[in-house]
Design a protein around this ligand. Structure first.
Ligand code: BGC
Length: 471
């Protein structure tokens, strides 16, 4: 490898990255790989719309378009206390929502973690743990505030692709986000949770099975009636919107009135598993091969928090192997699969110190890379920005696809978005907005992006209310 002195002699600059000609050529190539043009974005949005139509038509399509059986919106007049159990990623939440009847509600929630063995072991163990968390929550809640009404109806936010056949019935289609529990085949998910609650003598009735996007959509429409889309940009990604039941061609039977709406969970994370449209890089492919679900969730793997750090890690290691970073030294930690947490990307993107001290901390103190130069750190920051920007731009294509599918662009609409990427990743929102402008010009101003924090839990409790009324 050329010495550092040689590097300095041949120094070249791209943006704020300065390095040797070889380093700059490599950065240039990464920039080409990860940059998505406005034309490509439009192609992605159009292709998502086509896949949505196919999914509405028939079962077993790439983008599943799962009917939620959630009938329309709440009126705001509903009252009562409802529970929600929200399982979607590493965190699990139990919450109680008290609907006050005047469009307002109160929320109390508690977080639990789901360990890796639970995420990949036998399903019954996972469900027993879920029941235990509900039990713990109820015990803590009633001792904290004995006056609070005791809620007995629960909405179960199960944030994975399911084949839903009723508001309280469904079977798993496939696991995502690193979950891979055995023993789910053909079993009703609500039944599994209900049995686990019974085993623990917890007297709670599971009345609804809810995807987190559907929960977010319902909760956000309660606040902003012009909401057309609920989105998650977190560990995984997905969107749900209101569809005319008459357009859900695969939904046979049922007693629906003309023009009736139903929330549909798109499961857009599955888009383009055929890889016809998305510009997948070798760094994405490397990740895909090591994931628990290879050759699936292509769109999700380019967008969501579970995967972004791993893409960065793959690109960084490529440069290390080409003798272009860290004087060709990696570390045990950097070599470990999934070790580059996406939260490190947030830290690096937000790093405005002149010597990139926070980036240095991530690389040298957390990932134990022996030594980094300022040039190394600038290159890593550049890679992080490229991967983060690509994710936000691709997410924008999904938003536009659904908003255009709903014909909501002219009139304008709200989109409720929950998830750690949207909430905490620096510039994620701004990058989405920039891409929206490239996609739909000034009409982008008519798409209001609203942070719908905790929407999935709140929405599930609200859907539990709808389901109880319907009974
Ligand atoms: C799941 C969706 C979920 C999304 C966001 C995806 O991996 O398939 O059901 O809505 O993650 O949590």
């Amino acid at each position: 490898m050329a010495s550092w002195i040689t590097h300095r002699v041949q120094a070249t600059t791209i943006g704020n990255v300065e390095g040797t000609r070889e380093q700059m050529a490599a950065v240039n190539e990464l920039e080409r790989d990860f940059t998505i043009s406005a034309e490509k974005l439009r192609e992605v949005a159009e292709a998502i719309k086509v896949e949505m139509m196919k999914g509405l038509e028939k079962d077993n399509q790439t983008v599943p378009m799962v009917p939620s059986f959630v009938p329309g919106r709440l009126t705001g007049k509903e009252t009562g206390s409802f529970l929600a159990l929200d399982l979607g990623g590493t965190n699990l939440r139990v919450c109680q929502v008290n609907l006050l009847g005047d469009g307002k509600f109160t929320l109390r929630q508690e977080k639990f973690t789901v360990s890796e063995p639970l995420r990949t072991g036998p399903a019954q163990k996972l469900f027993d743990y879920l029941a235990e968390c509900v039990d713990t929550y109820l015990t803590n809640y009633s001792s904290e505030d004995p006056q609070m009404p005791h809620a007995t109806k629960l909405g179960f936010t199960f944030s994975f692709a399911v084949n839903q056949t009723a508001i309280n019935r469904g079977t798993l289609l496939y696991w995502t986000k690193g979950f891979n529990c055995s023993g789910m085949d053909g079993k009703d998910i609500v039944g599994m949770l209900q049995d686990a609650l019974l085993r623990k003598n917890v007297s709670v009735e599971v009345v609804a099975l809810v995807n987190d996007t559907v929960g977010t959509l319902i909760a956000q429409s309660y606040r902003e009636p012009d909401t057309v889309l609920g989105v998650i940009l977190g560990t995984g990604t997905n969107g749900a919107y209101y569809e005319k039941v008459s357009n859900i061609k695969k939904l046979s039977g049922g007693n629906y009135s003309p023009g009736e709406l139903m929330a549909v969970n798109t499961e857009w994370g599955a888009f383009d598993m055929e890889r016809h449209v998305l510009p997948v890089t070798p760094y994405d492919n490397k990740l895909d091969r090591k994931s628990v679900n290879p050759r699936s969730q292509t769109y999700e793997k380019m967008i969501s928090g579970m995967y972004l750090g791993e893409i960065v890690r793959n690109a960084v290691l490529h440069l290390v192997d080409c003798n272009l970073l860290f004087e060709a030294h990696s570390s045990v930690d950097l070599n470990r699969l999934w070790s580059f947490d996406s939260s490190y990307m947030s830290t690096i993107e937000a790093d405005a110190t002149p010597d990139l001290a926070h980036t240095q901390h991530v690389l040298e103190s957390i990932l134990n890379v022996p030594k980094t130069t300022l040039t190394d750190r600038r290159i890593v920051k550049k890679i992080v920005e490229l991967v983060g920007t690509r994710a936000a731009r691709l997410a924008a294509a999904g938003l536009v696809a659904v908003v255009e599918h709903c014909d909501a662009l002219e009139e304008g609409c709200s989109v409720g978005i929950d998830g750690s990427l949207f909430q905490h990743y620096p510039s994620f929102r701004e990058r989405i907005v920039a891409a929206l402008h490239e996609l739909v010009g000034d009409n982008a101003d008519r798409i209001k992006l609203i942070e719908a924090a905790d929407g999935s839990g709140i929405g599930a409790a609200m859907i539990a209310c709808l389901a109880s009324v319907k009974k």
